[in-house]
Design a protein around this ligand. Structure first.
Ligand SMILES: NC(=O)c1ccc[n+]([C@@H]2O[C@H](COP(=O)([O-])OP(=O)(O)OC[C@H]3O[C@@H](n4cnc5c(N)ncnc54)[C@H](OP(=O)(O)O)[C@@H]3O)[C@@H](O)[C@H]2O)c1
Length: 363
C-alpha cells in the first residue's frame, strides 16, 4: 500500500511538472510581459515619510541605497560597525534629502545588537516601513587551501544570521506598517562558482530562507530578494576572508575570482533595485546577463561545474588559473570601475566596533 501511495504521488508530481513546463510557463510569460509593460510602471511605492533601516550602510551597495532612499524623501536608520564611515554616509544622506538619519553602530551577527538596532529605530521613529538586510562579507579561496577552517563560521554568521536576526526583530513592525523586507542574496546563491564555497552557501541559504518567509507571510509583508552579480564596492575591491580566515584586501585574489566578468556600477545597480523594490518585485537580478546564467545553473548545473573548474583550477598547467590569465591577456581590467583599478584600492578605514556593548545611536 505504501509503495502504491508513493507511486501515485510520483506520477502526480511528474504530471504537475509537465503541466508547468507546457502550459503554465508559456501562459505566465505572456501575463508577465503584459504586467511589465502596462501595470508595473504604474506601481511605484511613495517613499516620502517612510522609515527605512539599512544594514551594512557604511560602504558599497548599502551606502548607495541609503542615498537613493534619501533622495526619495525617506528617513533612515543606518547600521554598520565603522562609526566614522557611517557618520559620513549619514551626513551625505541628509544632504540628498533624508529628513532624518539615525546612525546605529551594531554588529548584525549578534542577536542582541540586532534587536537593539530595531528597538532604537522604533523608539526614534515609532515605525518601520522597509528593512534592507544588506550587510555581508565575501570569501575567495579554494576550500582545500583553507588553513583556519573554524574562522569561516563568520561568513554564515554575518551573511545569513546577520540578515535573519534583524528580520526577526523587525517583522512585527513591518507587519504593522504592511512594509517590505529587502535582502541581499547574490547571483552566487544559484551559480556555484569555484573558490566561493562558503559565500555561495551563505547566499543560497539567504535565498531559500527569504523565499520560505515569503511563502509564510503572503501579502502581509513584501519580500524583494536582490540576486545581483559583481558590483563595485569594497567587496569587489578585494576585501574578503582569505585562506587564513582573516578579512583583508587582496587584489590578486579578487582578480583571480572576477576574471573577465563585468563589474557593474553601484549607482546603476541600486537604481534598478530601487525600481524593483518600489514595484514590489520578488527578485531583482542585475546585470540581466545573470538571468540566463541562473537558468543554465538550474537546468544544467554540470555545465557551470565544468566551466568553473576549467576557469579556476590551478592543477592543469600550474601557474595562475585561466580566469586570471584571461584577465591579463585581454586587458579586461580596464573595464573595472575606476575605484577597483587603483593600486592599492582605497577602503574606508575606521575603528571597528570593538565595544561588544551593543548599539550606540546618534543622529
Ligand atoms: N559587490 C558585489 O559584487 C556583490 C554581489 C552580490 C551580492 N553582494 C552583496 O551585497 C551586500 C553588500 O556588499 P557590498 O558589495 O556593498 O560590500 P561592502 O562595500 O564590503 O559592504 C559591506 C557592508 O556590510 C557591513 N558589514 C560587514 N560585516 C558586518 C557586521 N558584522 N555587522 C554590521 N555590518 C557589517 C560593512 O560595514 P562595517 O564593516 O562598517 O560593519 C559594509 O557596510 C552583501 O550582502 C554582499 O554579499 C555584493
Amino acid at each position: 500500500m505504501g509503495r502504491v501511495y508513493l507511486a501515485i504521488h510520483t506520477v502526480l508530481m511528474h504530471v504537475v511538472a509537465a503541466l508547468v513546463v507546457l502550459v503554465y510557463i508559456p501562459l505566465s510569460v505572456l501575463v508577465r510581459l503584459f504586467l511589465w509593460a502596462f501595470v508595473k510602471p504604474l506601481r511605484r511605492e511613495e517613499l516620502r515619510g517612510k522609515v527605512v533601516l539599512i544594514t551594512g550602510a557604511s560602504s558599497g551597495i548599502g551606502e548607495e541605497l541609503a542615498y537613493q532612499y534619501a533622495s526619495e524623501g525617506a528617513s533612515l536608520a543606518l547600521v554598520a560597525r565603522r562609526k566614522q564611515a557611517l557618520k559620513s554616509v549619514a551626513a551625505a544622506a541628509r544632504e540628498r534629502g533624508a529628513p532624518d538619519v539615525l546612525v546605529l553602530h551594531a554588529d548584525v551577527s549578534d542577536a542582541g545588537q540586532s534587536r537593539r538596532a530595531i528597538e532604537e529605530t522604533i523608539a526614534h521613529y515609532g515605525k518601520l516601513n522597509h528593512l534592507v538586510a544588506n550587510a555581508g562579507i565575501w570569501s575567495t579561496c579554494p576550500f582545500d587551501e583553507i588553513t583556519n577552517i573554524t574562522a569561516f563560521t563568520t561568513i554564515m554568521d554575518v551573511n545569513f544570521w546577520g540578515a535573519v536576526y534583524p528580520t526577526y526583530y523587525a517583522l512585527p513592525h513591518l507587519k504593522a506598517s504592511r512594509g517590505k523586507l529587502v535582502v541581499c542574496s547574490s547571483a552566487a546563491g544559484t551559480v556555484a562558482t569555484s573558490r566561493m564555497s562558503f559565500y555561495n552557501a551563505s547566499k543560497a541559504a539567504v535565498l531559500r530562507f527569504y523565499e520560505t518567509l515569503r511563502a509564510e507571510l503572503g501579502s502581509e509583508v513584501g519580500v524583494t530578494i536582490l540576486t545581483h552579480g559583481y558590483v563595485e564596492s569594497e567587496m569587489t575591491m578585494g576585501k574578503a576572508v582569505q585562506k587564513d580566515g582573516v578579512l583583508v584586501v587582496d587584489q590578486e585574489a579578487r582578480d583571480v575570482q572576477i576574471g573577465v566578468f563585468p563589474v557593474g556600477s553601484v549607482g546603476a545597480m541600486c537604481r534598478v533595485a530601487m525600481d524593483g523594490i518600489r514595484r514590489g518585485d520578488r527578485y531583482v537580478t542585475w546585470p540581466s546577463m545573470y538571468r540566463p546564467l541562473q537558468l543554465v545553473a538550474c537546468l544544467a548545473p554540470e555545465i557551470v561545474s565544468w566551466l568553473s573548474y576549467a576557469m579556476y583550477n590551478t592543477k592543469a598547467g600550474g601557474g595562475a588559473p585561466l580566469s586570471k590569465r584571461a584577465l591579463d591577456a585581454t586587458g579586461a581590467r580596464r573595464f573595472f570601475p575606476e575605484g577597483l583599478r587603483r593600486d592599492p584600492v582605497v577602503i574606508k578605514t575606521d575603528e571597528e566596533c570593538d565595544d561588544d556593548e551593543g548599539v550606540a545611536a546618534s543622529n
